[in-house]
Design a protein around this ligand. Sequence first.
Ligand code: WT7
Length: 576
Amino acid sequence: MGQVHNEIIPGRVLNSNMPDYDRAVAEFTWEDAERHFSWYDTGKVNMAFEAVDRHVLEGRGNARALLYSDASREEVYTYSDLMERSNRFGNVLRKYGIGKGERVFIFMPRQPELYFSLLGILKVGAVAGPLFEAFMETAVKDRLADSGAVALVTTPELLKRVKREELPELRHIILVGGDPDPDPDQGEISFEEEMASAPSDMELEWLGLDDGLIIHYTSGSTGKPKGVYHVQRAMIQHYYTGKIVLDLQPEDIYWCTADPGWVTGTSYGIFAPWLNGVANVIRGGRFSPLDWYKSIERNAVTVWYSAPTAFRMLMGAGKNSLEGADLSSLRHVMSVGEPLNPEVVRWGEKVYQQRIHDTWWMTETGAQLICNYPGMDIKPGSMGRPLPGIEAAILDDRGNVVPPYTMGNLAIRTPWPSMMKMIWNNPAKYSEYFRIPGWYISGDSAYMDDEGYYWFQGRIDDVINTSGERIGPFEVESKLVEHPAVAEAGVIGKPDAVRGEIIKAFISLREGYLPSAALKEEIAAFVKAGLSAHAAPREIEFKDKLPKTRSGKIMRRVLKAWELHLPAGDLSTIED
Ligand code: WT7
């Protein structure tokens, strides 16, 4: 792969706030993290035990675990409460003969019952499969069928999207709210009734480190969504990164805005915070800037983990949404899911007085791998450095490590504790990730600078080649969103007879701006002036909204399909 143009690499280093932290972090090893767990001595493994019961047994049962709110509910649950609820749910599953290794899916909005269920599933040694509530029929069916789920926790409303006649293995439906069908052949039971009569204590199913934990379905560039299967061992890394990247302290009030239908919402919305014993904020309902700011204020959130798309929307919403909200409780802010534009980092410094720390990882990696962690210098636009214990490299297509500043395949030395253990039902897909011996190939392209920072360039297949020049769409998009009129931008390579590809930008405008030919020209000139002539979009199209995944990535392949009048492919992970 070719050289990157140095002049378009933003490399400003912000000052570091905790110079000693880096050293302390480097001395905290996986082994130290392992010693924290009770299984290190007992050999008995269960994620739900470590995340919940253990805090109770060690005298922290009264600490707040779950701070839930939505438009109509406001509830607080302690670790003792979570232990009791999850025991009951585990007993419900046992009563129906559900146990170790079976897949139990959850298809419901973010609300406390989702969390009780997930922990109860883990307590009987079953494998949890969370589904995002916006999934429609085909998406739900594909996942339940592929995983061979035997039970589903859902609501009457969402049950309408479950094609049960096509899911012979799905024997049990646990309905949260509403009345189950009295016909026993339907296999429907009431969550509330069963919970009320289930015993509040239970003997957990003890597992090994390589027994199943969770399956998350994620889309690749081809084919149906893949079931990424994680095992109990992942907890080592959830705990570890909760300490050194999230910087969780016992008194923290932590908010991860991701839904548990996506890996961020489980690894960092459930496991990392509860393994570390902090108070975990869950906000139900839809995103709105004011609602989110009020949630930070009301809960006095100290550590906040969100996504670039959210930060950009907050940025687009402007000052008004911030006025009257007190965000002074915040002490640490992080981002994941897609490139965090330097512009957003600078904006965060201004309005939150916080550097937004970018973190890089994937559904397949199970936990964070390359990060800006507290105490280290942040270079806006860089994903940061590999965590201690993680070896990253940029490889060419034959598997050779390339020199700094050379773009190539972002790869991670295998294994690490939270690495996926299979793609469910698809060993061929699994081995594609490991085609170069000793390495996991991420599918992202990136380069490393001479200080060991990694700079994301795009998915391998998104890199644009125009007139022989290699352009990472992220750089163009980052520049575009620096223009005052631009809220969000997605950039693709459009086939061109003369140049191979030209750059086309799809843009949604900030409030108060109207589309016009003059504005297109102005934006293109802005990129030309800020990056380079060949990085400027030759075509711009304004859109009210850009297609995005729920984890916030602009779906360039959908933009490309629009452009080429092709079918858009699998859209099951698209934001509604
Ligand atoms: C892909 C993984 C696991 C977090 C949620 C997304 C992109 C993720 C970053 C980042 C640039 C990023 C990559 C990666 N991505 N984090 N900090 N900077 N790109 O998980 O849906 O499995 O997506 O998201 O392309 O491969 P996912």
